[in-house]
Ligand binder design. Structure first.
Ligand SMILES: Cc1cc2nc3c(=O)[nH]c(=O)nc-3n(C[C@H](O)[C@H](O)[C@H](O)COP(=O)(O)OP(=O)(O)OC[C@H]3O[C@@H](n4cnc5c(N)ncnc54)[C@H](O)[C@@H]3O)c2cc1C
Ligand code: FES
Length: 265
């Protein structure tokens, strides 16, 4: 884990209240795994005091890219930064996706959940995903077309993209889980599901994967204070032998086997 102060190389809007920002760090780029996250804040920023967790979106030639959506003061301050201004960056943190090259990877993204999946898609191709019939497929959903993030980059990476929007403005009208369900009914081969998005979507994806007896990894979001396992601020209910327990999303996750999570809590 590194703690670095890094100048922003570029920052640009890419969707409604969503910005892509990039900075160079050979150290973080060399260690980062898909599904891991960084704790970031503007240098010297006192309000909010604590850094915010943001997934690693892409790693290319030593440059780290993030997608940041404005939801409150912390993300607003980050997205108002300009190229050349300095970010405090801690990471890479957490447990990322476990790549299993033997099964067809089905990536499922809801809204901002697309952020960590581009890094995963590019890593899957690097790990041999160009074999015939083994190329990853992306199921991506949002309320409208504008909420489907990084579509161009996903397509450039070589993925087959199956989109769904609730208003029908792009792809099929409906939920991304409807598209996944229809696909799983005709699945010709073994597959593994990797999902990131709102909790309701993750719960539905976990249930579909369980019905089809497919392995499924989900990336969870929780409020975080320390990001390093010290404060228990990010605890979620976990199924374990001997009764209910909890897991720290920042340290035990953010990526979990779907069966590890107690979705009814
Ligand atoms: C592992 C991990 C990875 C993440 N990756 C990304 C990413 O790649 N891009 C990105 O934009 N965001 C990501 N997030 C979410 C991001 O950390 C939060 O949106 C951010 O911390 C909010 O800080 P804030 O100061 O802007 O808002 P706050 O002032 O902390 O919150 C403002 C309001 O938004 C609500 N809120 C806060 N966080 C969330 C949330 N996660 N979901 C829904 N409502 C929330 C609060 O309850 C409050 O009502 C990630 C979170 C985690 C845990
Ligand atoms: S954020 Fe402190 S323990 Fe996870």
């Amino acid at each position: 884990m590194f703690f670095q102060e890094l100048p922003i190389k570029k920052i640009e809007p890419v969707g409604p209240e969503v910005y892509r920002l990039g900075f160079a760090s050979r150290e973080i780029a060399g260690k980062a795994r898909p599904g891991q996250f960084l704790m970031i804040k503007p240098q010297g920023c006192a309000e909010p005091l604590l850094p915010r967790p943001i997934s690693i979106h892409r790693v290319q030639s030593g440059v780290i890219e993030l997608l940041v959506r404005v939801v409150g003061e912390g993300t607003r301050r980050i997205t108002e930064m300009k190229a050349g201004e300095v970010l405090e960056v801690k990471g890479p943190l957490g447990r990322g996706f476990q790549i299993d090259p033997g099964n067809v990877p089905l990536l499922v993204a809801g809204g901002m959940g697309a952020a960590p999946l581009l890094f995963l898609a590019e890593e899957l191709f690097r790990a041999g995903g160009k074999e015939k019939g083994m190329a990853p497929i992306l199921f991506i959903g949002g309320r409208t077309k504008k909420e489907l993030l990084a579509l161009k980059e996903f397509r450039q990476s070589g993925l087959k993209v199956l989109a769904a929007t609730e208003d029908g403005s792009y792809g099929e009208k409906g939920l991304v889980t409807d598209r996944l369900k229809a696909y799983l009914e005709t699945l010709p081969t073994e597959a593994i599901v990797y999902a990131c998005g709102p909790t309701g979507m993750l719960k539905a994806v976990a249930s579909l994967a369980r019905q089809e007896e497919l392995p499924c990894q989900v990336s969870l979001e929780e409020h975080m204070a320390c990001g390093m396992g010290a404060c228990l601020g990010c605890a979620v209910a976990r199924r374990q032998e001997g009764g209910p327990g909890y897991a720290k999303v920042c340290q035990d996750g953010p990526v979990f086997e779907a069966g590890e999570i107690d979705w009814d809590e």
